[in-house]
Write a protein that binds this ligand. Structure first.
Ligand code: 5AD
Ligand code: SF4
Length: 472
């Protein structure tokens, strides 16, 4: 019940996904690694960087954990539940290791950073512990672990962006890809563990981002999603020029690679998204009209305790501004129910803000206190679990109604859809997305189309989560 919607950001369907490469030459590799990923898109993108580093060392990916020489878990710390899942998996892997002692087991990502040597010393569950900024040292740590030592590196960096590493695309559909544009976060939202697990914010070299996007397009990809904890604070100054590249500049440069390459981005902080970004989105048809704009709470007092740096009114004005510049823009949100001291009135303010923002979709959670965060140090986690869950249920119910209404507004309209593949339910239907990020399913009919093609689809029907249409 903690995470209730399938989503692209914390896609429940992908949690614990075992990676296999999109295309690989089986003869190149002498050893096999198995990697399971948890958490946000950034973490899934990191697994592709890890795959690239390992492939240089002669490791190929496998989906079959039994044949792996190296088992990796790329972990998330954002809520307690995510950590519990990983612990359970580690216990299962320990059994595998007993049967085949030469197998190395490693923890990567945010939990590695948070729990550091606890995994190694107290729990003796793993051979390797590697934080998000230390993946380049994996080959050395593996060698150490093979020699019987424990391999640990959880140092955070001020400048690591893995800019020069070309990610090995894992489990890709060959059409859509994620591209990291920055790492870390400086926001210090009081509920959030990310500044501690991923460190200071740093922006990746713009030229390397453009090169990666160009290479993806040349390889047949038609959509890139630029990823960062707070993309609107992207800021890069090349050594050769003194002119900074802002996020609006970067968006424009990526959009100019080709009008056939769609550009998306995530996540935006309401306090940082600028008119410049909104105007750039409006100017280019291939920049998708969709913004993920987390609200967290609709009550100004709670927002202040969360250290979000905006009020209810300020947020509402930002939504109005988006709609003014792009009337057809999709907007989604993250919402936390039952943050410390939240009153019933304040909870109702969250619900009413959701209704006035008319979100197309939301990711909804109840508050989970995380050790080391500002909220854990400053405030009491005083909302009883049953109250948190009831408030969350009301928030989910509100969103379900809003999503249904949003889909109904699309009935009769036509959308340009990028085909991603077959529909899950039938090989006779395609599945794709509109610019607004809504999934549209439609019969293939007699048209000779393939994944990666754009096609206009008119919406005739809908469920809460999917639009159903026909080619026009
Ligand atoms: N408890 C519940 N939800 C959280 N989030 C982040 N930290 C917590 C927490 N401690 C949610 C926020 C954030 C999303 C990625 O996860 O809504 O935007
Ligand atoms: Fe991503 Fe945050 Fe989870 Fe780390 S803790 S994987 S940054 S959501």
């Amino acid at each position: 019940m903690e995470e209730l919607l399938l989503n692209k950001k914390h896609d429940e369907a992908r949690q614990g996904e075992a990676y296999a490469p999109f295309a690989e030459d089986a003869n190149l590799y002498t050893r096999r690694f198995y990697i399971e990923s948890y958490g946000c898109q950034m973490n899934f993108a990191d697994s592709e960087i890890v795959a690239s580093i390992l492939s240089e060392e002669g490791y190929g990916a496998t989906r079959n954990v039994g044949e792996a020489d190296l088992i990796l878990l790329n972990t998330c710390s954002i809520r307690e539940k995510a950590e519990q899942t990983v612990r359970k998996r580690l216990t299962e892997f320990r059994k595998l290791k007993k049967a085949k002692p030469s197998t190395l087991v490693g923890v990567l990502g945010c939990m590695a950073e948070r729990l550091k040597s606890k995994f190694l010393e107290e729990e003796k569950l793993v051979d390797l512990v590697v934080g998000p900024d230390a993946y380049r040292t994996l080959p050395n740590l593996i060698t150490e672990a093979e020699g019987g030592q424990k391999g640990v590196n959880v140092l955070l960096s001020r400048d690591e962006t893995y800019a020069d590493i070309s990610p090995v695309r894992l489990n890709s559909n060959g059409i859509t890809a994620f591209v990291s544009i920055m790492r870390g976060c400086n926001n210090m939202c009081s509920f959030c563990v990310v500044p501690f697990t991923r460190g200071r914010e740093r922006s990746r070299d713009a030229a390397s981002i453009l090169q990666e996007c160009q290479e993806l397009f040349d390889a047949g990809y038609k959509e890139v999603t630029l990823l960062g904890q707070n993309v609107d604070s992207y800021h890069y100054v090349a050594e050769t020029t003194s002119r900074p590249v802002t996020f609006a500049n970067l968006l424009e440069m990526v959009a100019l690679i080709s009008s056939d390459l769609r550009v998306r981005f995530s996540t935006s902080h309401p306090k940082d998204i600028t008119d410049d970004v909104l105007h750039t989105m409006a100017k280019y048809e291939n920049i998708c009209k969709y913004i993920h704009l987390p609200l967290q709470s609709g009550a100004s007092r709670v927002l202040q305790m969360m250290n979000r740096n905006y009020s209810r009114e300020w947020y509402a004005a930002k939504v109005d501004r988006i709609r003014e510049i792009m009337p057809d823009c999709g907007i989604s949100s993250d919402i936390i129910a039952g943050f410390c001291t939240e009153t019933e009135e304040e909870h109702k303010e969250t619900v009413s803000m959701m209704e006035s923002a008319k979100y197309d979709m939301s990711y909804m959670f109840f508050y989970s206190e995380r050790p080391g965060t500002l909220a854990q140090r400053r405030y009491k986690d005083d909302i009883p679990e049953d109250v948190k869950k009831r408030r969350l249920a009301e928030i989910v119910e509100t969103q379900n109604k809003l999503s249904q209404e949003s889909n109904k507004r699309d009935l009769g309209k036509s959308f340009k859809v990028l085909i991603e593949g077959n529909s899950k339910k039938s090989d006779a239907a395609w599945m794709g997305r509109s610019s607004q990020n809504k999934v549209i399913v439609f019969e293939k009919g007699t048209r000779d189309l393939k994944p990666g093609d754009y096609v206009n689809v008119r919406v005739n029907d809908c469920t809460q989560a999917t639009l159903i249409g026909e080619i026009v």
